[in-house]
Design a protein around this ligand. Sequence first.
Ligand code: F6P
Length: 546
Amino acid sequence: MSETAQNDGFMALRQRGAAARAEGIRERFAADPARFEAFRFRFEDMLLDVSKCALGKDDLDALVELAGRAGVADKRDAMFSGAPINSTENRSVLHVALRGHVEDGFEAAGKPVGQEVEEVLARMSAFADGIRSGEIKGSTGKRITDVVNIGIGGSDLGPAMATLALAPYHDGPRAHFVSNVDGAHIADTIKLLDPETSLFIVASKTFTTIETMTNAQTAKDFVARALGDEAVGQHFAAVSTALDKVAAFGIDETRVFGFRDWVGGRYSVWSAIGLPVMIAIGPKNFRAFLEGARAMDRHFRSAPAAENLPMILGLVGWWHRVAQGYPARAILPYDQRLLRLPAYLQQLDMESNGKHVGLDGEPTRTVTGPLVWGEPGTNGQHAFYQLLHQGTDVIPCEFMVGANSHEPELKVHQDLLLANCLAQSEALMRGRTIAEAKQQLLDKGADAAEATRIAPHREFAGNRPSITIVYKLLDPFTFGRLVALYEHRVFVEGALFGINSFDQWGVELGKELATSLLPVVTGETDSSGHDGSTAGLVEAIRQMRS
Ligand code: F6P
């Protein structure tokens, strides 16, 4: 650790983090039963509880101070101002403008963008309404019943996650998402489709991504084979920043929806990339989703750091990762419709903050983004929670749950879901001592020797941190707030790490090597130049291929 880092106070915060970890969480509640009140934060009807983290009020104050020293608020303001904060690509970062109103006055490189955003939304809405009402038909005059989004990464995860999250509002055509270059993905989807009633949306910011282009070509062949080449146009639309490439693919410009390079792929669900979501839930609900995000943006911009949900979530995330040294975070939505949220947050967080070089081109002064993973509860409970409770690594857990569900007639389910969610965070924090485990065994009739032998296996260390987010109901507005909350949390952590959260050069090498390996796999060239393992694997695969 450099001297500067010490001056920045990282060292002091690490010591603080270690001390707070040693002091525990359970003990803090014992000492201060009203702790919840001091460590829960509200924004409208959303609540963020960080009281079950090893964190004192003075620690939180120190973190807020750190945010001040690190200039997080200034960096945030720079993002909202349209400054080119994506410094390695010299781009503004303005996904927030996509959910802004014209009067919010967003500008990229000094030029207003609000009107253009509004125009794209209006065109998307007209197209979505046309598909939903049946006014826009397939080439044989039939109504579109199935919409297939072909995209990958940010051009897939956001719309796929959002469409599922907002399933109760889904009253448009069926939605499908094809991303993997594995032919199984498109083959299994096509099996469900009638070409006459299908619409394919090719979604790619760059319109060069090999997976998407390959799947798009296969879909084009599927339509052309069934309905003729001339029918293709009526079964395709595209979303991209590369309008020239879309034209070359043969999609009519009236069916092309653009966005700008100031929208990062993983931040693009609010842009025209959200078209399949809009077709599924309708323009009005899509607008509510945008409004929710805008509300969180305004809160992020204006609330004091100590009351600001994205700031607090980011600071506690940083605390866990850097000050307390936890390697991962588990995303555990107690909401089945957030099934794809962990995958979405994997890209959002790991592609943004999985960096080892700071803005100055030097190695970062602290560790950076954690491993992000998860699965909805209660399913995860019956799979990997064993490790969360008794494994040798401590993994901070992030729970989220709606107070209400969209199925009031199934209240018993929601009651059970809520009880399970609360029980897990309580169990992680409280644990069970060896004496308690032994007593429980004795109470169940075990003899003393047996109780002594088994008790260590039934002990839970406890003091495992967790964060809980509670919201009223997962409606479009709330869902927009939730996703924007996580976007800004990633921003706050990235600002503290001193990195550029908006590029993703780390994915390039694999892409380059895949390109060079394709002719090796097809047998056009040999494997010279590749390492021994890769060459050996190519040879083994060649022998196995029929
Ligand atoms: O390879 C990573 C990535 O560039 C992501 O950042 C992006 O979301 C994804 O690929 C898809 O890119 P595109 O929308 O240009 O096809």
